[in-house]
Design a protein around this ligand. Structure first.
Ligand code: C5P
Length: 402
């Protein structure tokens, strides 16, 4: 999915050696669907030619504030209004200082003052320059004004030093730019999510459970919080840290999970990512079951159906926008479509758990989302964090359309 589809990005290029990465950045932004206009400082032009960036962005590069021809084509105020995001990569120490002081002595700094769009800086400089108190004071000032900083990263530098000050790689910058737009997607909304397995007790020491690691649900909770939602995460027994700004409720059994979800209602969106046990032992033995030779070599456990948490919440009068998961080992899309209908869902996320490189317990996933019109949207194999951010953007989009 193109996370920056039709987003208009003004890419400012300052005068640092990292400017060579800006060429790649233009490509990555466009790969994600963005329209890119490049503005270069005079320093930037010393490191990479405007022609390169013109060819890659598909538009003439904006260079001078006082160029009548450029101003006639798209003036600096027009460019400032056109932008959905102003991203400056690389941002030098000098640019940070000028921006912190509100200096408007070239096209890029003027544009920053003139725009209402969010502004993001990708600093790139020698580690001592980054650590200098003047630069750090400028950083604090800029952040206090709501300007975002992407990086810098730590590592080896072009000058031979090692430390903080390396510009982030183009891929990371493009993802961070996409995150800027997702941040507000779920602002003001309450999202409830279940994750992990449930554990159904047989006796005080034994239980029935499954292989769910909870990783996908936790990644979704994190992505939803990043997208601005108030997130309640109802988690079965898993060993995962709680994502930032997420309210976590730990539960053990399916019935506990339902009780916790009902207590968390009302919510605007419900994502059921938990692998809930369909059955539980009818009675939990009060003491550890003993081997009973009179009953031969077998053990008969009478099981009863657990409540369906997703169908219960999706069937309420104050029904949230409901998203289910279908983890299947065969007939994936057919079973998923049936579940969407039977459980009265808005969307279902189908994943093939027969494939060991994705799904249960693995670090990566690949899923297909099916809607009520049976349209399928495929998200190809990537880390669960990446898939989660894409899914949250997709779900938010559909929620707002509904
Ligand atoms: O019917 P099945 O278990 O395959 O459905 C999977 C979907 O339903 C998942 O979203 C899962 O979280 C949810 N579910 C539930 N409560 C159950 C069983 C499944 O919420 N008891």
């Amino acid at each position: 999915m193109q996370r920056l589809y039709r987003k208009r990005i003004v890419l400012g290029v300052g005068g640092g050696i990292a400017a060579y990465k800006s060429a790649e950045l233009v490509r990555r932004l466009r790969d994600q669907g963005a329209e890119v206009r490049v503005v270069m400082t005079s320093g930037g032009r010393e490191f990479i030619t405007p022609l390169t960036l013109q060819a890659l962005s598909g538009h003439p590069v904006h260079l001078d504030l006082l160029d009548p021809a450029a101003e006639a084509a798209m003036g600096h105020i027009e460019l400032a209004r056109w932008a959905d995001l102003v991203l400056i990569a690389p941002t030098t120490a000098d640019l940070m200082a000028r921006l912190a002081q509100g200096v408007a002595n070239d096209l890029l700094t003027t544009l920053v003052l003139a725009t209402n769009a969010p502004i993001a800086l990708a600093p790139a400089m020698n580690q001592a320059m980054w650590a200098d108190p003047a630069t750090q004071a400028n950083r604090v000032l800029l952040q206090q004004r709501g300007i975002r900083l992407f990086g810098p990263a730590s590592g080896s530098q072009a000058c031979g030093d090692v430390g903080m000050g390396r510009m982030l790689e183009a891929d990371d910058l493009a993802q961070a730019a996409a995150d800027c737009f997702e941040r507000s997607l779920l602002t003001g909304l309450h999202l409830l999510i279940t994750a992990g397995p449930t554990q159904e007790n047989i006796d005080p020491v034994r239980y029935i459970t499954n292989h769910s690691s909870g990783k996908m649900g936790f990644a979704l909770a994190e992505a939803a919080a990043e997208a601005g939602a108030r997130v309640t995460l109802v988690a079965g027994p898993v060993f995962l840290p709680t994502p930032d700004r997420v309210q976590r409720v730990d539960v053990v059994s399916a019935r506990d999970m339902l009780t916790a979800c009902e207590a968390a209602m009302p919510c605007d969106l419900f994502i059921a990512a938990a692998a809930v046990a369909d059955y539980r032992p009818e009675v939990i033995a009060p003491h550890k079951l003993k081997k009973d030779p009179s009953k031969g070599d077998g053990l008969l456990l009478q099981m009863v159906r657990n409540p369906d948490i997703l169908a219960t919440l999706a069937g309420r009068e104050d029904r949230p926008f409901s998203v289910g998961f279908a983890a299947e080992t065969e007939n994936l899309l057919e079973y998923a479509t049936r579940k969407l209908r039977d459980k009265n869902l808005d969307l279902i996320v189908a994943n093939d758990v027969a494939n060991p490189s994705i799904g249960f317990n693995s670090e990566e996933n690949a899923v297909t989302v099916i809607d009520r019109q049976q349209h399928e949207t495929r998200f190809s194999q990537a880390s669960k964090g990446h898939i989660a951010r894409q899914l949250i953007a997709f779900i938010a989009d559909r929620f707002h359309q509904a």
